[in-house]
Design a binder for this molecule. Structure first.
Ligand SMILES: *Cc1c(COP(=O)(O)O)cnc(C)c1O
Length: 383
């Protein structure tokens, strides 16, 4: 096949991970349902043996994601985004120090708390868009960090990190850098090309894209780190089922179209919400006055499809908007073809620094005018 450097990510998403082109060969990789493989005697290093260790049904997905992230090697698929996050955080030594965003995905924060209780990992929370503060924390008075965790844009606050600068600062003290790239997708930002050590994804979201599968992945450039992530998967049994991986691969074939459409719609909706009489604040990095705009414009190939919206009327107003929409789906999760929204603080576990009235909007691929009409009607119903 043509080398990756000559193919755009939109093309790679379609053509990578196909069976070798030969007369009569299938265009799509088969799904193999077999827990075990015929094997006698001492198995060779790459021999198929048992499907918790490896199965060929994972490989096309792992190849596509590895190439999209520009890793130079395949990704490692996991049973969920959280399994991939747990694998990445297992790279922190016991008693090590983890610096992570205050507004990371809340279950990732929960896992870090669990690590601090079980393994003595010390956790320092930072505002990831405050580069000076993050650099200071990485060099903290309690000693250098072992890992810098980055999420950008953050979930749900949409803060944008200066990832290249943070990578350099973390590497200067010998810390690993792991980036949760779920919100951006590799079509919008490729942290490994900035020197990040590991990228993790909730494949559940944009990569699979249809809200019909829970899946995760981790990707590293380094062979040793990749081997450790794979070993974690095997030892913890944090594996994905073959059908889930096949669904995600199928979803990934249309990733570029979906991301292009939903990003364009999100920017359009954010601009209209900006001047809306029933809106107190709107956050989307595409808005010229958004705190993350300049950085996102410099670093990202787009601004993502998540909008932060604070309607008039506080938490009550936010609840009323969720109750009034008819097209937007009130649901947690994001990144599906269908647009959805959620008041994040309905979860007691959500950070109290997330405003009580904040709605997180995930913009899908419906017609933008239909999305606007529904949202505008719901907002206008607020007294
Ligand atoms: C959903 C999500 C996760 C967790 O992924 P699961 O597939 O639900 O386990 C991690 N990070 C971010 C940014 C997410 O949105």
């Amino acid at each position: 096949m043509t080398p990756d450097a000559e193919l755009s990510p939109a093309t790679l998403a379609v053509v990578a991970g196909r069976p070798a082109r030969a007369q009569g060969a299938p265009v799509n990789a088969p799904v193999v349902l077999s827990s075990t493989y015929v094997s006698a005697g001492a198995p060779g290093p790459d021999e198929s043996l048992y499907a918790r260790i490896d199965t060929e049904t994972w490989h096309p997905f792992e190849e596509v994601l590895g190439r999209l992230e520009d890793a130079g090697r395949p990704a490692v698929v996991f049973g969920s985004g959280m399994a991939a996050i747990a694998a990445a955080m297992s790279l922190i030594p016991p008693g090590g120090r983890l610096v992570m965003p205050r507004h990371s995905y809340q279950v990732a924060l929960g896992y870090a708390t669990d690590l601090s209780e079980r393994s003595g990992v010390r956790v320092t929370l930072v505002d990831i868009d405050d580069t000076e503060a993050v650099v200071a924390a990485v060099n903290g008075p309690e000693g250098p960090a072992s890992m810098l965790w980055v999420e950008s844009p953050t979930n749900p606050m949409l803060e944008v990190a200066d990832i290249p600068t943070l990578v350099a600062a973390a590497h200067a003290v010998g810390a690993l850098v792991c980036v949760d790239n779920t919100f951006a997708t590799p079509l919008v930002q490729r942290p490994l090309t900035w020197g990040a050590d590991v990228v993790v994804h909730s494949v559940t979201k944009y990569l699979a894209g249809h809200s019909d599968v829970v899946l995760g992945a981790a990707v590293a450039t380094d062979a040793d780190l990749t081997a450790r992530l794979r070993a974690y998967r095997t030892l913890h049994g944090a594996i994905a089922g073959p059908w889930e991986v096949w669904l995600a691969l199928r979803g990934m074939r249309t990733l570029a179209l979906r991301v292009e459409r939903s990003q364009a719609s999100a920017a359009e909706l954010a601009a209209r919400l900006h001047g809306h009489p029933a809106v107190v604040a709107v956050r989307h990095p595409s808005l010229p006055d958004d705190p993350g705009h300049a950085r996102a414009a410099a670093l990202m190939d787009g601004f993502g499809s998540i909008i932060g919206l604070r309607p008039r009327g506080g938490a009550e107003g936010a609840r009323a908007v969720v109750a009034a929409v008819q097209l937007w789906v009130p649901a947690t999760s994001l990144g599906g073809v269908e647009s959805s929204l959620e008041r994040r603080r309905r979860f007691a576990s959500e950070s109290i620094t997330v405003p009580d009235d904040l709605l997180r909007l995930s913009v899908g691929i419906e017609d933008v005018e239909d999305l606007w009409a529904d949202l505008d009607r719901a907002l206008r119903s607020l007294r």
